[in-house]
Write a protein that binds this ligand. Structure first.
Ligand SMILES: [Zn+2]
Length: 284
């Protein structure tokens, strides 16, 4: 009996230590927090915001710099274009709020991004103007190759889509429609180029050093193992970069929109379509 009680107590303690007193927020609550921080930032609540910023040096400096940028370059917020909320996939107690807006003096949309927990600890807060999208003549292009998602299991779409809001790659001509896929698992540049034989070339990057199972000139089939995901090259964390372009030369050519066949996005079966930023996707 004593042992039973002790065990329960330990479980309780370890759970409690895990949670660090941080609770769960619902989607409307995440949105409300995002709005509260935005209101503090734009009105005279900057001190309240700074008090919640966890990183008292760099974090506070970033908020102050954002505020200076807004005052000196962007003017006032005239229209909210879209808002996105969610739970961090790397830390289940953290949430994010992203908002794109038009400003009176800014040429491009402005992105506000914050990351926080239920106890009003703010881990990140920034406001910056988005770069312009690379011009493309392929916006309505339909992929010729029958593409499957280039991985096994369920992955998170960390970046992907037609516009700069959802896809940071949209600034560059060759990676205009590229995807970054992230897996909830810990994992230098390893690239492989696949020629589909119809003017379409697949580029996969950040594969794990030494894991590439094919060599130049090999013919590959749908579903064939190519290599393991890693963080080779220009990547802060393990993820898979994938894009389609009209040239076999890396960093050259023009990016093409990508539709994949037969996949599941957030639990819904898609016969042919383009995964969207923040979805969880897998082949079926
Ligand atoms: Zn990428």
């Amino acid at each position: 009996m004593t042992r039973f009680v002790a065990l329960l107590f330990m479980l309780f303690v370890s759970n409690f230590a895990d949670e660090k007193g941080v609770g769960i927020l619902s989607t409307p609550e995440i949105l409300a927090r995002g709005h509260k921080y935005a209101a503090w930032f734009y009105s005279d609540g900057l001190d309240s915001l700074l008090q919640c910023v966890v990183d008292k040096k760099q974090g506070i400096q970033n908020v102050r710099e954002s505020r200076r940028r807004v005052e000196s370059q962007f003017g006032r917020e005239t229209e909210v274009l879209n808002e996105l909320t969610g739970k961090s996939i790397l830390n289940s107690h953290r949430y994010y709020y992203v908002r794109h807006s038009r400003f009176s003096k800014a040429k491009q949309p402005v992105k506000m991004e914050s990351s926080f927990d239920s106890a009003d600890n703010i881990f990140q807060f920034s406001v910056e103007m988005l770069p312009g999208e690379a011009p493309t003549r392929f916006l309505n292009y339909r992929t010729k190759t029958e593409l499957r998602l280039p991985f096994n299991g369920q992955w998170y779409v960390a970046a992907g889509g037609l516009n700069i809001y959802a896809n940071h790659h949209a600034v560059s001509t060759d990676q205009r429609f590229a995807y970054d896929f992230l897996i909830k698992k810990d994992g230098f540049t390893f690239q492989i180029v696949i020629d589909h034989g119809n003017g379409e070339f697949s580029i996969l990057a950040h594969l794990k050093r030494g894991s590439i199972a094919v060599k130049a000139g090999d013919t590959v089939e749908i579903g064939q193992f190519l290599g393991l995901c890693g963080n080779s090259g220009h990547a802060a964390q393990a993820h898979l970069h994938y894009h389609l372009q009209n040239s076999p030369v890396i960093f050259a050519g023009e990016g093409l929109p990508i539709q994949f066949q037969s996949y599941v996005a957030d639990g819904r079966e898609i016969e042919k379509g383009a995964p969207l930023w923040s979805q969880c996707v897998m082949n079926y």
